[in-house]
Design a protein around this ligand. Structure first.
Ligand code: ADP
Ligand code: SF4
Length: 690
């Protein structure tokens, strides 16, 4: 296949100071929950982007000195020679595939608490740190500023010596000293670094000049700057000081990487923002500078990318999430394989890796973060082993991923589903704001349709007899889960008495099937804590119901803090008049009322609830599996085929986890792991035996 000439413009080289990017695809800095603690994993992950065709591959934020220690988060570090050596692994791997390596240097000011280094926190002014830690930052003196400039310069030189081609000054996301100095909200200084915008920009200018002087002959010097903080008059705004900063520094850096702040605005989920929705904020930048401009917008459409370039909005297409969901996105466009692109769904499960201090994962790309650890490649999979015929029952995320990957391995695969296929991804995509979830099933069904060795049988309910009759060598059960209606949840350890007597008790499955309580007032009980409770409350409110949401959690949809959506969900519900009650646990249900106990005082609360929706746990739909395996799996060895259960029918989890489980099962088929060994490589600490 050849590429569509309309996309030629995306493959033009771009000069960035003394270095040249081979095309316009730019993987902007992104966190990954691995950082300096897992250098092999990071190098493997970044190298995959380079192999996939990205012209520039950047690190996550990279701390320049021990006085800027972001623990518990795992970011890159350039504190000393050891850090330089570890990061050199990434640049070597990225260079192998002809990409440029970029590093985002940062001193985080009062955004850190220095939990590891235990050094005093340095800030623009005397100010509290950004977290709730009982820690304050000390206003930097001129001497402190000189120290930071020296450390930044030393880190730039280490970066160059580690092989980086582009060195950043980071002034984005309200996370770094340059931004804190620029910000009127944080900067209360009365010296030449405070007051006028010219003064507040001084540190950023100095860092850019220092970096250019130190490494500018060999490296491109980039700035990442948030042109709008979306805080109105309180913050930097693209129509005001955001523009003025770009005007002041216009020609100083070799590249402008521009975005909006904070991170939750920059990486807005698909539920709350569209592809390309930063355009109105960053569009002015190219009118102000002659230097190349890169920007982001969860771009997955080649047409949208071309439009950004042709209309003079951007010079390079920046991507974090689209490059995570598909590291081979540029190559696929180049090779005219648009339909093979695994499009990001904008769920921010990748972001949750950083917030939970765990290695990055992705709903669409199960190999993300596993490149080094398990040796998984997103586009290459080992050919099949001794088994030939595989039956996969259930075409939800787990079954679809397993069937597709087994097909790619060369097995003869039959995929049966009692419905149309897609499982929960298809069902949930009908809920408000979740339409992009359909990409999970659409992509896999599209790939399966191209595989002549995979047959898909929708509308095929399988039972013990039909599975036995089928005559497969291997059977994978991926029959999913269903929402419980009995009240058993995380906070309640037994079914709640009286639920069966409630006149209108529904579950999310009922709502997704189009059945809504007829009552005008509906209570949603959310002991799930991810998105489902909030989404259903929103749907009910939009259909005109008076909605109360009660949760034992500290706030509505509390786990969505990890996807940076919680504040938006809470606002969306409050804007719709939904009553929110947190920290209350379900204790009893009567025919049209529900009682709760306050988590703290145990005080009882009773609420009239003619309509009730229980969003608690899901029950694995494992009856087919156990009918074959036996209740204690005692029949497994006698079956004429291998039998596995995968995804939610084993242990309900996120869609990302189901996809991962399906992928793992496909990779491990005929490569059966030793159950007594660790099934992946680990990053090991060095022991100091003095
Ligand atoms: P997961 O997230 O683990 O993939 P889902 O609940 O999304 O799970 O998908 C499970 C799929 O399995 C659904 O499409 C469902 O219709 C299908 N399914 C469940 N039981 C059977 C069965 N006995 N025969 C065929 N398909 C089934
Ligand atoms: Fe996109 Fe979700 Fe993957 Fe992140 S986890 S890259 S948001 S699909």
């Amino acid at each position: 296949m050849t590429r569509d000439p309309r996309y030629d413009v995306l493959f033009e080289p771009v000069a960035i100071g003394p270095v040249t990017a081979r095309n316009r695809f730019y993987q902007v800095p992104h966190c990954n929950g691995m950082g300096h603690t897992m250098p092999n994993s990071v190098a493997g992950m970044r190298a995959m982007k380079a192999e996939g065709g990205w012209a520039v591959v950047a690190t996550e934020e990279c701390d320049i000195h021990a006085s800027t220690d972001v623990m518990p988060y795992r970011e890159a570090r350039l504190w000393d020679q050891g850090d330089q050596d570890r990061l050199a692994l990434m640049t070597e791997r990225v260079h192998e595939y002809g990409a440029l390596a970029a590093v985002e240097l940062v001193h985080s000011g009062h955004n850190v608490s220095n939990r590891y280094s235990r050094l005093p926190v340095m800030g623009v002014s005397d100010i509290g740190v950004n977290s709730f830690d009982p820690v304050q930052a000390c206003a930097m003196t001129r001497r402190d500023i000189a120290d930071v400039r020296r450390w930044h310069r030393q880190a730039a030189i280490r970066a160059r010596d580690a092989g980086f081609d582009i060195v950043y000054v980071y002034a984005g996301h309200d996370l770094s000293l340059p931004m804190h100095f620029i910000s009127r909200r944080h900067n209360r200084r009365t010296d030449e670094y405070g007051g006028s915008l010219e003064n507040r920009v001084r540190l950023t200018r100095e860092l850019l000049e220092d970096t250019k002087e130190a490494v500018g002959d060999r490296c491109g010097v980039a700035i990442r700057f948030a042109v709008d903080e979306m805080l109105g008059d309180e913050g930097i705004a693209s129509g005001a000081e955001g523009r003025e900063v770009v005007e002041m520094l216009a020609e100083l850096p070799d590249l402008w990487d521009v975005n909006v702040s904070d991170w939750a605005n920059d990486s807005v989920t698909a539920r709350f923002g569209e592809e390309g929705d930063q355009e109105s904020y960053v569009a002015f930048v190219k009118q102000v500078t002659s230097k190349p401009v890169v920007g982001v917008g969860r771009f997955t459409s080649a047409d949208a990318m071309v439009s950004q370039i042709k209309r003079g909005i951007l010079d390079m297409i920046g991507a974090a999430r689209p490059s995570i969901a598909d590291p081979f996105l540029p190559r696929k466009i180049e090779e005219g394989r648009i339909e093979d692109i695994r499009e990001c769904i904008g769920c921010n499960i990748c972001v949750s890796g950083d917030w939970t201090q765990s290695p990055i994962r992705c709903t669409q790309n199960p190999t993300m973060g596993e490149e080094w650890r398990r040796g998984w490649h997103p586009e290459i999979i080992e050919q099949r082993g001794e088994s030939k015929k595989v039956l996969v029952v259930g075409a939800g995320p787990a079954g679809l991923e397993a069937a597709m990957s087994l097909g790619q391995r060369g097995y003869e695969v039959a995929l049966a589903d009692s419905g149309d296929g897609g499982g929960r991804a298809a069902l949930e995509s009908g809920l408000p704001g979740l339409s992009s979830y359909k990409r999970v099933s659409d992509y896999r069904l599209g790939q399966i349709a191209k595989l002549t060795n995979v047959s898909f049988f929708p509308g095929s309910e399988m039972d013990r007899e039909t599975v036995l009759e089928f005559g497969a060598d291997q059977v994978l059960i991926a029959t999913g889960s269903s929402w419980r209606a009995d009240g058993l949840g995380r906070a309640t350890h037994a079914p709640i008495p009286g639920i069966a007597d409630h006149a209108q008790c529904f579950t999310p499955d009922d709502i997704m099937a189009g059945q809504l309580p007829s009552a005008d007032a509906v209570l949603v009980y959310d002991d799930d804590h991810y998105y489902m409770g909030g989404v259903i409350a929103q749907l009910l409110a939009d259909s005109g119901k008076a909605v109360t949401l009660v949760t034992p959690g500290p706030e509505v949809s509390c786990w969505t803090q990890n996807t940076m959506e919680q504040h938006r969900i809470e606002k969306a519900l409050l804007d719709r008049g939904v009553t929110l009650i947190a920290k209350h646990t379900l204790s009893g249900v009567a025919s049209d009322s529900v009682s709760f106990a306050c988590n703290t005082t145990d005080r009882a609360l009773s609420i009239e609830a003619p309509g009730l929706v229980m969003v608690t746990l899901r029950a694995p739909m494992s009856s087919l599996y156990f009918s074959l395996a036996g209740e204690a799996q005692e029949q497994i060895d006698e079956l004429p085929f291998g039998l596995l259960r995968i995804g939610d029918c084993m242990a309900p989890n996120t869609i990302a986890a189901a996809v991962y489980d399906g992928h793992r099962a496909a990779r491990e088929m005929d490569n059966w792991p030793d159950p007594d060994s660790v099934p992946f490589k680990r990053e090991q600490s060095v022991i100091d035996r003095l």
